[in-house]
Design a protein around this ligand. Structure first.
Ligand code: LRH
Ligand code: MN
Length: 430
């Protein structure tokens, strides 16, 4: 029996007050969609089956290199982070998995951690390694890179850490390792651009060879930061070539914030799928750099266009379609739980909009080069308010119709502020 952290009775009471209005909105949308030949309940079933993982590091306040401003009652360890992730899943009912990060989430007993999460109705998605920071007990520094470092001892240490993450992930019931390395340079001439990649590929191949049969390795590209002149795996091109070089169990992870402004990310999604290398996502939003803002908060149309490509890929699976959906955000100014609730809702909404695209009309317009009607086929879906579908799917699963209202009514953060240790001032993402 799942031990949900919030009072389900309170959620049910709040829902009871909103149920009639939701049903009215749902029925009205249902009639609208029926006129388009779309059965709203079928869309709702798809949305009900859709889920996205939350990042353990997203449960705490994030920061920048300048500062981090903690809030009272924010989690201080993985146990409290799991509690908060359970609150997000209890209210939103579409985030049943947590993506952990090591050594940030290190514990002594991973079997116990798996049971702890399971008691909350949570599982673990892809595990994240970390060779972009030095730990106090570390032998070799990653200051000059990790998997691409020119010092073989440093590369060996980074390989060992990634293999340790796989072993931890196996205990947690995960089946994927996300590898993002910040390796790169700040000056032309600092490192040889070709040999850096050779070293990365050699080290990554050693990690790859440690993967269990049913696992995959998700390579996460990023244009810049922490390196500001060159990054070893800087774009989808470097990532797909590395994944092809490594083997079938290596795929590419698209973090929406890791591209230059105005890059056509939805086309990258289509390309990665075409070549069987679409491994997963880190959903977030950005206006300038890797801002890690709440998904859909800045460019919801881009998110819709990404999901339009994902629905296309799902309908035309080619070499298989099983991307890992995960959120990766830094909550610098909001209550992290509210941001994860709002983002998970925005992601489910983007998916629902993509599901209601009239693909026959779209294909007919594309075939006949009817540019305007091709665009209108997408625009019509995008401007449809699908929130009654997302709320209905959530409420039928036991979640809250108004997730933020229910969260605030629960007084969860104030309660945790009484119980939890205050988090010190600092800087950086965690
Ligand atoms: C790098 C990144 C990566 C994580 C880190 C927290 O920018 O997106 O996915 O390891 O953020
Ligand atoms: Mn990421």
């Amino acid at each position: 029996m799942t031990e949900y952290p919030l009072s389900q009775d309170q959620i049910d009471e709040l829902n009871a007050a909103e149920a009639e209005a939701l049903q009215d909105d749902y029925d009205s949308l249902g009639r609208q969609l029926a006129r388009r030949g779309i059965a709203i309940d079928e869309v709702k079933e798809k949305v009900a089956a859709f889920s996205v993982a939350v990042p353990s590091w997203g449960a705490g306040r994030g920061g920048t290199r300048f500062a981090k401003f903690p809030i009272a009652g924010e989690p201080t360890n993985i146990h409290e982070k799991l509690e908060d992730c359970a609150v997000v899943n209890q209210l939103g009912r579409n985030t049943p998995r947590v993506s952990p990060h090591f050594p940030w989430d290190k514990v002594s007993d991973y079997d116990a951690l798996r049971e702890e999460a399971a008691a909350f109705g949570l599982g673990f998605d892809a595990v994240n390694s970390n060779t972009f920071q030095d730990q106090a007990d570390q032998t070799h520094s990653y200051r000059n890179g990790s998997l691409a470092a020119n010092d073989p001892a440093v590369r060996a240490q980074a390989v060992e850490h990634n293999i340790e993450c796989i072993e931890i992930g196996q205990k947690l019931g995960s089946n994927a390792l996300t590898v993002w390395v910040g390796d790169g340079t700040n000056f032309p001439g600092q490192q040889d651009l070709a040999r850096s990649l050779d070293r990365y590929l050699d080290a990554a191949a050693q990690v790859y060879s440690a993967l269990p049969d049913d696992w995959r390795m998700l390579l996460e590209h990023k244009m810049f930061e922490p390196a500001f002149y060159s990054t070893v795996i800087s774009d989808w091109g470097s990532s797909i070539l590395a994944a092809q070089e490594l083997g079938d169990k290596a795929q590419c992870l698209v973090d929406l914030g890791h591209h230059a402004p105005n890059v056509n990310i939805e086309q990258i999604v289509a390309r990665l799928h075409r070549f069987g290398k679409l491994g997963g996502f880190h959903f977030n939003d950005s206006k300038y750099g890797d801002d890690d803002l709440d998904t859909g908060s800045i460019n919801p149309h881009q998110l819709f266009l990404v999901f339009n490509e994902l629905v296309e890929a799902e309908l035309h699976p080619r070499n298989g379609f099983n991307p890992a959906y995960m959120i990766d955000q830094s909550h610098n100014v909001t209550d992290p739980i509210e941001s994860m609730l709002s983002s998970a809702e925005a992601i489910a909404g983007a998916y629902a909009k993509a599901v209601i695209v009239d693909r026959e009309a779209l294909y007919a317009a594309q075939e006949s080069n009817d540019v305007m009607m091709g665009f209108q086929a997408l625009r019509r879906a995008y401007r449809t308010d699908v929130s009654p579908i997302v709320a209905k799917a959530r409420a039928e699963a036991g979640g809250a119709i108004d997730v933020l209202g229910a969260y605030r009514a629960s007084g969860w953060r104030d309660r945790k502020a009484q119980e939890r240790q205050p988090v010190g001032l600092g800087a950086g993402i965690v």
